[in-house]
Design a protein around this ligand. Structure first.
Ligand SMILES: C[S@@+](CC[C@H](N)C(=O)[O-])C[C@H]1O[C@@H](n2cnc3c(N)ncnc32)[C@H](O)[C@@H]1O
Length: 203
């Protein structure tokens, strides 16, 4: 791994862990709500294996997952588009990206995810990997758009498939929907908060 990225990831892993264990009192709007470290490792390996170059992330927060992705695409001169509505979190993410020396690889789009996604769709953007990790009520909508924007052989990943419990109904509706689609292969991986890994086999 890139040593600068690794250092920032290490610091953020500790911050995220303290937040998760409630060792620090963070107001809800400032919480990182980051993926777990093993989830980051897992995605990093997948992205290197598929030689991903173009990534779309819905739900940047302070950039923890983005840094794991960035390490994987950096050597391919790849690019990440990542969406976030919270300006304060964007500022924190930018600082993290500067410290890791990767700001040129990451295109942050500030705004409401559905609006930004519809714009990207109209530009016919195609991605190797799309990560859905924003408001869970809209994940189904994000998934339908992501499916159109993922290349054949590309992957869509969805966080929080198994945890927390409060998202169970949204996530089970997504599982049901995925079962109906003939041109994908999918598996729920028991890592972190449960990751749905959806491989697009054909248009
Ligand atoms: C779970 S956090 C993302 C964590 C991040 N992927 C990581 O692992 O470090 C979800 C983020 O999505 C943002 N978000 C929620 N709903 C959104 C929306 N409709 N449009 C844009 N961003 C949204 C929240 O502000 C929050 O920062």
């Amino acid at each position: 791994m890139d040593s600068l990225i690794k250092n920032v990831i290490s610091r953020l892993t500790q911050e995220a862990q303290k937040e998760r264990m409630r060792e620090v009192d963070v107001p809800p709007e400032d919480r990182m709500l980051a993926i777990t470290q093993d989830t980051g490792e897992f995605f990093n390996i997948i992205l290197k294996a598929i030689k991903a170059k173009n990534i779309l992330e819905i739900g940047l927060s302070t950039g923890y997952s983005t840094l794991w992705f960035c390490d994987a695409i950096k050597e391919n001169s790849g690019k990440i588009i990542t969406i976030e509505k919270n300006q304060n979190k964007i500022l924190r993410a930018k600082k993290n990206f500067q410290e890791a020396g990767v700001e040129n690889f990451i295109d942050i789009r500030h705004g409401i995810a559905l609006d930004i996604l519809n714009g990207l769709l109209s530009e016919n953007k195609q991605f190797d990997f799309v990560f859905l990790d924003a408001d869970k009520e809209n994940t189904m909508n994000y998934f339908e758009i992501a499916l159109k924007m993922t290349r054949i052989g590309g992957i869509i990943a969805i966080d929080n498939m198994t945890y927390p419990e409060k998202y169970r109904s949204e996530m089970s509706a997504i599982s049901d929907r995925i079962q109906q689609i003939p041109n994908v292969q999918s598996s729920t991986v028991k890592i972190g908060n449960g990751e749905e890994i959806i491989l697009k086999l054909a248009d």
